[in-house]
Ligand binder design. Structure first.
Ligand code: NAD
Length: 438
């Protein structure tokens, strides 16, 4: 199959590289000339484990190409995937579909035949109808079918998720489009990944329902963590105790600083807007969004309170905090809506100096958080710190040298917002230990 991917970000690049690895001929297009130039030179514009090798192998085999010009890549494609961003629209929380519609207009201008147009971007219910309307209006001659095919990969584990998905969702009623999508994904479902064909609107909603459910699960355990702190229980044991029940499941039951990232915050908001537009509110997700927002600020207060636990105690102003991990989760360089942003801002607002280290996120963080003092490793960050805070659970922070940390820090206070340590071990090393829900 000849596949064109419009947008070569986290989703477009990973999907394109994986499709080419299955043997399809893929062109990844992006407007960002710097990104395409880097990719052609073998440099990855994002950090994703294993992506550089996958791209190098398939580019060398001639199956994966990169382009800034959309028209030639669209002309001979069997399937054209739209994988551009759908961020929150400033002010109202609706998904900003301007990139999707701009890409659609460009595709319409370049179509030479009824190629299947696929929205892989996360788009609200009814977007496929609008994409189809634009194509019909601009190119009544081509009758290109429009399919919804949401993507469920997780950053940090994207290649594995794409190649071994729990399911593939394809929304279309068009028999030709269905046959093309079956060919596109055949290498996967021979490996027994179920392919679920639905109507287009159902497929669009499945993606939002999935993300809202996962965000709810995280928020639920975060509130249980607060209750654990109040009553003297241990949230990790509660998680295990409920998660071993197959009806509940163990995943997404880790208490922490609140969900962030490029998907959950914007997708929960966009789902609420759809619900509002159609007069069918989802109050549980309304509560999730509210609770998660206040949680990020509460984590800033938690760190400020921990500063009082140091030898000096007293006012936070003039103190120093080290943040270990800034990206919204490990194994990505993505800083979009990361809890670290709210935490660093709360600390800076209280007059605290914020030192920070992240294995992959420093470049993005520097641009987004001018308040930070950027450091080269955990120990440089902790130098002179009155509290050291684990914000993101990178492997590099899972076996810290506590003796060294104690030597460089101003006070032995560890705030573990991801619960990666055992209290006894940290306290035995002479630290005051503050965790979440324990
Ligand atoms: P991204 O911002 O990393 O990448 C989008 C890319 O599209 C950018 O490189 C941009 O330059 C390019 N682009 C925009 N308009 C273009 C045009 N007209 N022609 C060519 N290129 C264009 O975004 P992302 O994180 O890959 O997300 C893409 C979509 O996938 C979003 O809807 C998102 O919600 C969804 N999604 C993301 C993830 C994730 O983990 N990041 C997971 C599942 C779904």
């Amino acid at each position: 199959m000849r596949i064109t991917m419009i947008g070569s970000g986290y989703v477009g690049l990973v999907s394109g590289a994986c499709f080419s690895d299955f043997g399809h001929q893929v062109t990844c297009v992006d407007k960002d000339a710097g990104k395409i130039e880097a990719l052609r030179a073998g440099r990855m514009p994002i950090y994703e484990p294993g992506l550089d090798d996958l791209v190098a192998t398939n580019a060398a085999a001639g199956r994966l190409r990169f382009a800034t010009e959309l028209a030639p890549a669209v002309a001979d494609a069997d399937a054209i995937f739209i994988a551009v961003g759908t961020p929150s629209r400033r002010g109202d929380g609706h998904a900003d579909l301007s990139y999707v519609f701009a890409a659609t207009e460009e595709i319409a201008a370049a179509l030479t035949r009824p190629s299947v147009v696929v929205t892989k971007s996360t788009v609200p219910v009814g977007t496929g109808d609008e994409v189809e309307r634009i194509l019909r209006e601009k190119r009544p001659d081509t009758a290109a079918p429009v399919v919804s095919n949401p993507e469920f990969l997780r950053e940090g584990a994207a290649i594995g998720d794409f190649k071994r998905p729990d399911r593939i969702v394809v929304g279309t009623d068009d028999p030709h489009a269905r046959a093309v999508m079956q060919d596109v994904y055949r290498p996967l479902y021979l490996g027994e990944s179920p392919i679920l064909f639905t109507g287009r609107r159902t497929s669009e909603l499945i993606k939002y329902a999935a993300n809202a459910f996962l965000a709810t699960k995280i928020t639920f355990i975060n509130e249980i963590a607060d209750l654990c702190e109040a009553v003297g229980a241990d949230v990790q044991e509660v998680s295990r105790g409920i998660g071993l029940d197959n009806r509940i499941g163990r995943k997404f039951l880790h208490a922490g600083p609140g969900y962030g990232g490029s998907c959950f915050p914007k997708d929960t908001l966009a789902l609420l807007k759809t619900a509002e537009d159609f007069g069918s509110p989802i109050q549980i997700v309304e509560a999730v969004v509210k609770v998660n927002d206040s949680r990020k600020r509460a984590m800033g207060r938690k760190v400020l309170a921990a500063l009082g636990a140091g030898a000096e105690g007293g006012e936070p102003r003039g103190k120093t905090v080290a943040l270990l991990g800034l990206t919204f989760k490990p194994n990505t360089d993505d800083m979009r809506d990361a809890p670290s942003l709210a935490i660093a801002q709360a600390l800076a607002d209280a007059g605290v100096e914020v030192r920070a280290y992240d294995p992959e996120g420093m470049d993005a963080a520097r641009a987004m958080m001018p308040v930070l003092t950027c450091c080269r490793d955990a120990y440089e960050a902790a130098t002179g710190a009155d509290a050291t805070v684990i914000v993101t659970e990178w492997d590099a922070f899972r076996a810290l040298d506590f003796a060294r940390l104690k030597e460089v820090a101003a006070a032995p206070v560890l705030v573990d917002l991801r619960n990666i340590y055992r209290r006894e071990a940290v306290e035995a090393a002479g630290f005051t230990y503050v965790a979440v829900g324990r």
